[in-house]
Structure formats: C-alpha cells, structure tokens
Design a protein around this ligand. Structure first.
Ligand code: SF4
Ligand code: SF4
Ligand code: SF4
Length: 337
C-alpha cells in the first residue's frame, strides 16, 4: 500500500460495553460508576474505514469491552481482511457461537483469544461476576480449538484469587487442546483498582504463580507460554522461568500494540488512558510521529535512571502508572509490592 505509514499491530476497541464485569478489568473507563454507552456499529464501521485509509496495518486485534457485542463484527473483519490486515478477535467467549466461529473462519480471521481464569467454575464466575461465564468460555474455547487449531489462545489473568489453582487451570487448558497461553499478571487499572486488596499479588504469590506456570511449561513443550504484561525485572527476574517468554514494553510504536478506539481516539496501548489524538482530526501516522508525543514517552523515571536493566525493562508497565498516578514518568506501581 503505497505512501501509507505501516503500523504492525493495532488493538481496535469496538466498544466500551461488555457483558461481563470482571473484577480485574483494566479498561480505564470501567470503574463501575457510570453506565457504558451501547455499541455503535455505524460509528465503528466509519472509524475502521478511516483508520484503514490512513495506514497499512499488519495485524488488527478486535477488542473492547466485548467486541462480539457488535452485530456487524464479521463485516468489520472482512473489511480489514480486504485491506490486507491479519485479524484477531479478543473475546470473553460468551457470544462466540458455532456460527460466529464459522463466519470468522471463512473470512480468514487468524486467531481468537478467550480468557480462562480457573478450572473451577465458581472461581472463574466470581472473577467475571457473571454466573455461567465459565461454562461459556470453556465451550467457546473448545469450538475455537476445533476451528482454529493453533490460532486458538487462552489468556489467564493471574490474581490473588485464582493463583492457587494455576496447576489445575493449566491442566484444563491443555485438555481443551490450547497450544498458546498468555499468562498475564494482574495489572493495575480500571475495575482492578476498586478490587485491589482482594486481587493484588504480593511478591511471593507472584513468584509462586510463575513457578507453577514454569514447571507446567517445562513438562509441556508443545504449549507456548507468553507473559504479556511486562513486570519490572527488579520485582520479578524472569531467568528462573526459561519456558515462559517474557515481553517487555517499548515506546517504539512499530513494535507495540497501538490502540485505536471506535471513536478514533489513539492511545499508547490498550492499558493507557491517555488520548494522543483522534484520527478524525489528524492521520494516525502523524499522531504517532508527533515530536511532542514522542518526547512524552521518552521520559525516564527517576527511580530507574541508573538501572542497568532500563533498556530492557523500561520501568515496567507505565500505562499502569498513568492509571494509578496519572503520569507515564513514574515506574510501574507494582514496585511498591
Ligand atoms: S476484562 Fe474483558 S471480559 Fe472482563 S469486563 Fe473487561 S472487557 Fe469485559
Ligand atoms: S528499569 Fe526500573 S523498574 Fe525496571 S528493573 Fe530497573 S529499577 Fe526496576
Ligand atoms: S505500557 Fe503496559 S500495557 Fe502498555 S504496552 Fe507497555 S507493558 Fe503493555
């Protein structure tokens, strides 16, 4: 696609609404205080069209909120596929019917990711606050594996509530046929801030959780484990967990998931609440290369200035700092644990 800037990875938020109310939900707009606006299929379509006219996109991940609430999600996926983008769907699985999966498959959607929080129905449903959600997630996972094979992924968000059950949860995930698992430690933000006391991981629980994942991963080399939320290395050194791939944050937009909402707001990533600009006002490429914006993300936290690990760790998840402290210039709030 000549002339257009290329963005490798975009998280496109189709809606703020969701049919679950997860206690750990990091979405910055979710604090339980206001009702969420209903999905707006026409606006989403217009914004997607605008976005794809401004940039060539490698992979676009449909997210939310719950993206399956959009009745035109298949048309949106098809449009993105026509423009040459790979399409992934990040869903809680509650609305992922057999038909929906078959449609995604025929359109050429590459991957579907569904959270599974526990092998115990009661624990999963407690965390999502929706009775019956575990059963739906398990059924959807089964169907996704059948249709997508290695393109079916699970995300396991590790909180203090479900950490003790990790070995059983991983056994269930294995039995369902999943071959790619994101193990994301609870990251501060959104509803999670309301439920901090209950969910927050102390160092021992965090290390034990990753040790459990590591020993399962070592025994199951056919399953790939990725830690998708970067954790400050001074809080958790990844070297004892060689079978888990740890990702680290980068301010380089060509190597991280830039986030665009259905309104056209552009953000650093899906965890960040700070809007950099809107694609209806300026093209996305211009927003992402704006020197002022680049300078904002070049700031180094004082605490990390002399750290030898800075280049790799970058101060942890600083979108969490934005949510907790209102600034990107402080290190990950996890440092206090
Ligand atoms: S974590 Fe996902 S499924 Fe849960 S409330 Fe948030 S957007 Fe919905
Ligand atoms: S860069 Fe900062 S957060 Fe990361 S290891 Fe160093 S001191 Fe810790
Ligand atoms: S700021 Fe946090 S959530 Fe955002 S890309 Fe970096 S590690 Fe991921």
């Amino acid at each position: 696609m000549s002339g257009l800037p290329h963005i490798d990875n975009i998280v496109f938020e189709l809606t703020e609404a969701c049919n679950q109310c997860c206690r750990f939900c990091y979405n910055y707009w979710r604090d339980g205080s206001t009702p969420l606006p209903p999905p707006d299929p026409r606006l989403v379509r217009r914004t997607l069209r605008k976005l794809l006219s401004q940039a060539s996109v490698g992979t676009i991940s449909f997210s939310g909120g719950e993206p399956m609430l959009l009745r035109n999600i298949h048309d949106l996926a098809l449009r993105a596929r026509f423009k040459g983008a790979r399409v992934n769907v990040l869903t809680n699985g509650g609305l992922l019917t057999e038909d929906a999966i078959a449609n995604f498959k025929s359109i050429g959607v590459g991957a579907v990711q569904i959270p599974l929080l526990s092998a115990e129905e009661a624990v999963h449903d407690y965390l999502t606050q929706v009775p019956g959600s575990w059963k739906k997630a398990v059924d959807a996972t089964r169907r996704a594996v059948e249709a997508f094979g290695k393109g079916a992924f699970t995300v396991l968000v590790i909180t203090r509530v479900n950490a003790p059950g990790i070995p059983e949860t991983l056994r269930l995930i294995d039995r369902l046929g999943i071959r790619g698992v994101m193990v994301n430690r609870f990251n501060l933000g959104g509803m999670g801030l309301k439920n901090l006391r209950e969910l927050e991981l102390d160092r021992d629980t965090l290390h034990k959780a990753f040790a459990d994942v590591e020993s399962f991963a070592a025994a199951h080399p056919d399953i790939r484990f990725v830690s998708g939320v970067c954790t400050p290395i001074c809080v958790m050194d990844p070297s004892p967990y060689p079978h888990i791939q740890f990702t680290y944050c980068t301010t380089d937009f060509t190597r991280r998931p830039v986030t665009v909402s259905f309104r056209g707001d552009v953000r650093f990533c899906n965890h960040s609440p700070h809007v950099l600009g809107n694609i209806y006002d300026r093209p996305v490429g211009e927003i992402l290369t704006d020197p002022e914006i680049i300078a904002r993300y070049a700031e180094i936290p004082d605490h990390c200035r002399d750290c030898k690990l800075l280049k790799r760790c970058n101060g942890g998840c600083r979108a969490a700092s934005e949510q907790v402290f209102g600034t990107f210039s402080r290190p990950d709030p996890l440092l206090k644990i």
